[in-house]
Structure formats: C-alpha cells, structure tokens
Write a protein that binds this ligand. Structure first.
Ligand code: SF4
Length: 156
C-alpha cells in the first residue's frame, strides 16, 4: 500500500461555492476556518463548531472554507485561504485529516490547528452520531465554538 497519495486537482468547481467565494472576496480579508468533515461524532462536532463560528458567531471576522475546494484548480476557496489573515483548522481528532490535506495544498502555510475532541465531554468513546442524543452534539459543538471565539476573538 502507498505511503502517500497524489490527487489530481479538478478543473470543475461547485457553482454555489464559487458564488460564495466571490461574495466573500469582495469584502475585507477574514480568518479562514477549515474543518475535517469526518463522518463520525468527532468530525460532526468539528464541522458543526466550524460552521457556527463562520456562519453564526463571528461571520464578520471569519470565512468558512470547504476543504473540497482545495482539490479544485480555481474554485475560489483556495483564493480565500491565500487572502486570509489567519487559517484555523478544526480537526475532530489527532488523525488531523484536514491539517494534512491543507498542508498538501499549501505546504508553506502555518495554520492554527485545534483538536476539537479535546474540548468535548462525551461519555465513553462513542463513534457514530446515532450513539448520543442530538442535543448533546449541539451542546458540544456550541461549547467548542464559543471557546474558540473567546480565545481568538474575545467573545461574540
Ligand atoms: S480528523 Fe479524526 S474525526 Fe476528523 S476526519 Fe480525520 S479521523 Fe475523522
């Protein structure tokens, strides 16, 4: 099995993502927020926290980046990262999937990486989102987002 993989960047782009990036690029530079998008509870919590920050809590200071956009040649997401003031990566666990993808796309970039599983309070070691109540996932994502907003932006 290979130790590394090569991924061909796509000439295609997500139309809605392009429009989002175009609107964001028309305004001032913001901090870029990426997350790992894992299907498990850890990834779900990271993704929800990232979306809360970028879309609800501090949208004037942050912009959400779709990490799929890093695999497009000119989808706009890569441009948003390059014009950002700071790049914040929320990884759901120490596997650091989004950090590794980001490093592959931008080797020189020095993102701030947060492992959100270290900030959550799930009992035991649940894997799927079906293993805990929906309200508990929401509460954990809100807790993570609030803590990061407080740390990086002094509250909201
Ligand atoms: S960082 Fe962890 S939670 Fe996120 S996609 Fe990778 S293995 Fe899954």
């Amino acid at each position: 099995m290979a130790d590394t993989i090569q991924i061909e960047l796509s000439n295609q782009s997500c139309g809605a993502g392009l429009e989002y990036a175009r609107k964001q690029s028309a305004g001032p530079a913001k901090d870029a927020i990426l997350c790992c998008e894992g299907m498990c509870l850890k990834g779900e919590t990271a993704r929800r926290a990232a979306n809360l920050m970028g879309h609800r809590l501090v949208p004037e200071k942050t912009v959400r980046i779709c990490h799929g956009g890093l695999l497009e040649k000119s989808g706009g997401m890569r441009d948003l990262i390059q014009r950002s003031s700071r790049v914040l990566v929320l990884d759901g666990c120490g596997m650091a999937c989004c950090s590794r993808l980001t490093k592959a796309a931008f080797p020189e970039l020095q993102p701030e990486v947060v492992f959100t599983n270290e900030m959550t309070t799930y009992a035991g070691d649940p894997f799927g989102i079906d293993e805990v109540p929906e309200a508990e996932i929401t509460a954990n994502a809100q807790k993570v987002a609030a803590a990061l907003v407080s740390k990086y932006y002094g509250g909201c």
